[in-house]
Design a protein around this ligand. Sequence first.
Ligand SMILES: [Fe+2]
Ligand SMILES: [Fe+2]
Length: 361
Amino acid sequence: MSLERSSILVVDDDPGVLDTICRCLELDGYPVLRAKSLGEARKLVAERDVLLTLADINLGHGESGLDLLAELSQRARPVDVIIMTANSDVQSVVEALKRGAYDYLTKPFRFEVLRAAVQRCVERNRFQEKALLLDQLEARRLADEENLEQFLVSMATVIDAKSRFTARHSTRVSELSRLLAEALGFEEPHCELIALGGRLHDIGKIGTPDAILDKPGPLTADEYAIMKLHPAVGDDLIAPIKSLSALRPIIRWHHESLDGMGYPDGIPGDRVPIEAWIVKVADYWEAITAHRPYRAPMPLERAVRTLRAEAGVRIPADVVETFLQAIQGVPIALPQPSPAQAAQPAPATPPAAERALGETV
Ligand SMILES: [Fe+2]
Ligand SMILES: [Fe+2]
């Protein structure tokens, strides 16, 4: 759809007046359409791209420019109308303005007056067209960013699937992050943001070689150094996406530490925002309670002890304690069974681990 509408339609039943007005406007460079009756005006509006209409109120034969004004103002894209009237017709002017006329000209008028009124209207129209175009571009940008966000979430799933060991890692971190955010009393939009941060926290692993991601044993020092690049890679990846800027601290700092010995920046713990601590706890818990083909998930009591050992050392103690409270009785937080165990029918009584969680925490 073109946003440019350039013709000016002049409607007057007096051929002399019509011709004079049209010539004046043509001298100013406007493309002009002329009509002597409502019928001709309606036909031109239907067929041509009309920016502005100058309409006489009294068109003879019982026709009125006010009728055209009513029709043009009700269109999906209204056309501005400047009403022209005789000096004595004050009541009609009031009526025209009430019905939405952009302006009125009292006959006889000087060309400068006509020119000023038309220029004002054309400028306003151009401004509105530009504003509309900017709105459309902004809507397109937001839609593109939303698509990009969806793409990144899909990419996080792909990264998890790249390794035999981390299937559903990001999904589970996201769910645990939301649980903790809610327990800490964050409002829903903030919880949603933190959950998305959990979903995308390892997005930088797209740059980590599969041989390292999928290695079944401990990493060498060199491999570990490469693995440690992923928070900064993830941050660089989302940096150009304006709508995800709030996630950058989560993605970049989810491996930082209270004692300043974390990575990638080794910043002091008091500079790490709460959102990053939330995802760090969720990430840590997910890792120790997840099933891996080369090791069983840590039993619940040991996982609780292990996480508590981090409290006040590498992770703020209050965040750890709130997390341990929040996960009581929550199935997603329990040590994850192997795929073979998961295929077994569910036990009739609550799992021992779930009972132990209630007793331990
Ligand atoms: Fe990570
Ligand atoms: Fe992770």
